[in-house]
Write a protein of this length. Structure first.
Length: 538
């Protein structure tokens, strides 16, 4: 337990009354590669009682299991002294909420909690803020970068919380009408490990079933019913090269996905929401793919990595459900319009490297979403569509935490490989991304996620892209990657200047994903390719 005098303000007490448990993510002010994941328990409805708020690290010191769903029990020692303990759902290790001591001899790191007079919130006539003891190192201080409730399981019934649609009720009539021949848990060879579940979900084509299986798998993982990641399994399953899609969802080339307008009409807003729902389906797959693909390659990854990205998968399933329900409320449904798999190009480009995957998916694509989302939200608000605005605000808030997760594990890998994070990120973009990272940037939300301007300002991917587009009209292009028997032949990507490096972008050369930003590489009627590449809002 930290005994340092330094403390951190977590926020007004009133912000913690909706749920009884909150996960807190802290980042060090000086060394931004240092993160701490804590859990705050509030065991009393009394708003003025300091003895019922506890804080400890969220990972069990035994094997790093998530303590967010730990049972809270009261035990009595030989001297009839009672204390409250958190019992790990994985192996039933217990830890005192005050001292961190366990009957097993292990010890969890706990932090002092205090209610102090504040300046922002009034509660029963008093001003109250929650403060906790600072983790080590104290020098430089820590900042709170994320505060989120621990699922609806710990909602206070008297408090109003976000009403999330059930997976069964959020799909459109067209998709809901599809016969669901598969149960959530397969009858034959049910998944036993987290990677088993990840591969199963990746191979699930039904949008509805993908959401249901994601929710079920994350619940099993958080409650200790999945006790193995599975990266050491002798029969480990390989994730698919391209996750399948339902027959009822029409997939087209990104260039043929059409314009979506600016949200001024309901038709335009439906098109934009449908495009975002498609992104969320692929985002679910990307979260599971990073677990299934890189878990076996990186046995050193701690349990917190899997907790973070299973949480990302759950968030994306929530986003899809909210968007699907909103489409239905507007008289449409998911699958009514065409979709494309443009975002998966980034997954294929980075299939070989966890560092590259984190950089391109989470610190380029998702970070760009932070730039674009406020403009999209403003369009819906200006059109008077307040319910869609509410949904998009929920999604945007969650996306900040996803970029934070990407930054956390990108910097963690850099530390292990003795790489400087900014240089490593810029190198990854220059190698695996085509075109420039263009503003305007949402500097505030990027900073909240850990990205300083040094990461993204004045940064270009492959600098030969314009010349390559010009050459493409005169030189034959290589064919698209072949997909046969489930195996994908990916093009060889070399760093600029290496022997054999090509001046023409490989098939699927990366640009910002076409639904949040459209690559304006249009071919005019006369057949000549454009030579200018830029970005426009959907």
């Amino acid at each position: 337990m930290s005994t340092a005098a330094a403390t951190i303000r977590i926020g007004p007490l009133s912000d913690f009354l909706s749920h009884t448990r909150f996960l807190l993510t802290l980042r060090h002010n000086l060394d931004q590669s240092l993160y701490k994941s804590l859990i705050l328990f509030r065991l009393s409805d009394e708003s003025n009682g300091t003895g019922q708020i506890y804080c400890m690290e969220s990972a069990c010191p035994h094997l790093g299991a998530d303590l967010s769903h730990a049972d809270i029990e009261e035990i009595t020692d030989d001297h009839d002294q009672s204390s409250l303990v958190a019992v790990c759902p994985w192996h039933r290790y217990d830890f005192d909420l005050v001292t961190g001591h366990s009957q097993t001899g292990m010890r969890a790191c706990t932090y002092t909690c205090d209610l102090r007079s504040g300046a922002n919130v009034k509660d029963n006539g008093e001003l109250k803020d929650i403060w906790i003891g600072s983790p080590e190192p104290v020098n430089g201080g820590w900042q709170l970068v994320e505060k989120r409730p621990v699922s609806e399981d710990f909602t206070v019934s008297s408090q109003k919380s976000i009403a999330l649609p059930a997976a069964d009720n959020t799909q459109s009539s067209a998709i809901a009408a599809e016969p669901q021949v598969e149960p959530v848990v397969p009858e034959n060879n049910p998944p036993r490990t987290l990677i088993d579940w990840a591969v199963l979900i990746l191979n699930t084509s039904s949008p509805k079933l993908k959401v249901e299986r994601t929710r079920h798998a994350v619940h099993l993982f958080r409650t200790g019913k999945i006790k193995s990641i599975g990266h050491n399994s002798p029969n480990i399953q390989r994730p698919p090269d391209i996750p399948p899609r339902a027959d009822s969802v029409r997939t087209v080339d990104p260039a043929k996905s059409g314009k979506r307008g600016k949200g001024g009409s309901q038709k335009s807003r439906i098109a934009m929401l449908h495009a975002l729902a498609n992104i969320e389906q692929w985002a679910i797959d990307l979260a599971w793919d990073i677990i299934a693909r890189f878990g076996p390659q990186h046995p050193e990854l701690p349990m917190a990595f899997y907790s973070d990205f299973s949480k990302v998968a759950l968030d994306e399933s929530k986003h899809f459900s909210l968007l699907s329900q909103r489409l239905e409320e507007l008289g449409s449904h998911y699958g009514a319009l065409t979709v494309h798999a443009g975002l998966w190009d980034s997954a294929r480009e980075t299939h070989h490297s966890l560092l590259a995957r984190l950089a391109i998916i989470h610190l380029v694509h998702e970070a760009r979403g932070l730039d674009v989302n406020p403009v999209t939200i403003a369009r819906f608000k200006n059109a008077g569509d307040l319910e869609s605005t509410r949904v998009l605000n929920i999604i945007h808030h969650d996306e900040v935490t996803h970029v934070t997760a990407g930054h956390r594990w990108f910097t963690w890998l850099c530390a292990r490989q003795e790489l400087e994070p900014v240089s490593a990120f810029r190198s990854a973009v220059q190698t695996h991304f085509w075109g420039a990272l263009k503003g305007p940037f949402n500097v505030e939300d990027r900073a909240r996620a850990g990205l300083s301007p040094a990461f993204y300002e004045n940064l270009q991917g492959q600098t030969a892209v314009l010349a390559a587009v010009q050459q493409a009209s005169a030189a034959p292009r290589s064919e698209s990657p072949l997909i046969t028997d489930g195996a994908t032949e990916l093009p060889t990507i070399r760093r600029p200047g290496e022997a054999g490096s090509a001046s023409v972008p490989p098939p699927g050369g990366l640009s910002f994903e076409a639904d949040k930003e459209r690559i304006n590489q249009m071919v005019p009627e006369e057949g000549r390719p454009a030579t200018e590449i830029g970005y426009s809002l959907p």
